[in-house]
Design a protein around this ligand. Sequence first.
Ligand code: NAD
Length: 317
Amino acid sequence: MASPGQKVVLITGCSSGIGLRMAVMLANDEQKRYHVIATMRDLKRKDKLVEAAGDAYGKTLSLAVLDVCNDDSVKQCINGIKDRHVDVLINNAGIGLVGPLESIPIEEMKKVFETNFFGVIRMIKEVMPDMKKRKGGHIIVVSSVMGLQGVVFNDVYAASKFAMEGFCESLAVQLLKFNVTLSLIEPGPVHTEFEAKMIQDVKQKEYPGTDPDTVHYFKNVYLPSSVDIFETLGQTPDDIARCTKKVIEASSPRFRNLTNPLYTPIVALKYADETGGLSVHAFYHMLFNLGPLMHVSMTAMKYLTCGCLRSRTVSPN
Ligand code: NAD
């Protein structure tokens, strides 16, 4: 249970990746300012988190079951918290989906929206009314650079994050009236199970209903570039956790927080040309005409910078 003066932080999707590292970092805050409720669908998957949390487990970190896709699970979790009091809600749980559109069943696409979009809304609907009543609170949503700029073969995942961005832009204005803050965290590539699952999935899948050219572009053109980008520019879950902690601790938290400033020009490209042609054609050339050159330059960058590009890429500040 939280001690007086401690902020209650509830995080979704803490059994791995970014959520796990956020829980560990906040629970190990030197000044013990937070009591973290780290949630996951299945507590059988708690071991990695418990081990990483060390002494904080049972003191500044407690665990709870929560499936963002299930109304009852969300309600039960929030009802189980003393006075239903959550100061900071971090919506981190999410799933990816990559591949040729033709091969993806609508049901799989709906699952992405159910988790990445409705999952967040379900959480906000449960926690926000209490925050509004108390005239205080901070809602954080882990979006993505792909919530601002679409990426080829990530059509549905990007759409789910775009939807989230529109939802948050709209809601943030109303919440301001109630002294409730809303912030978006927008990471580029991050080394987590997300990336590993994507690569594993691609190896197993056959892409039924997709013409051979598209499968070729996906497997032999897009995927190698994507792996290069992850290897060269990918941040660590700790980078994202550090950025999120800064957002929580800022005196006036920013609404948008791109964690990797190397992506700022890509996002700017979109707004530099109102016709949208510039970014569509730039991405086309990068992928289909400059692919081999990009591979060479990414490999060179990786070796020349010894990975320091990754450590330099944490904003804000
Ligand atoms: P991850 O797969 O390690 O973590 C996602 C977590 O969400 C997992 O622990 C998973 O069990 C949980 N989860 C999935 N469905 C859930 C549900 N219905 N209820 C509760 N929990 C559920 O991947 P990650 O990279 O740590 O992803 C965290 C967030 O970061 C996601 O929202 C993702 O979209 C976002 N993100 C990731 C990257 C990246 O490159 N890894 C980049 C930008 C944004």
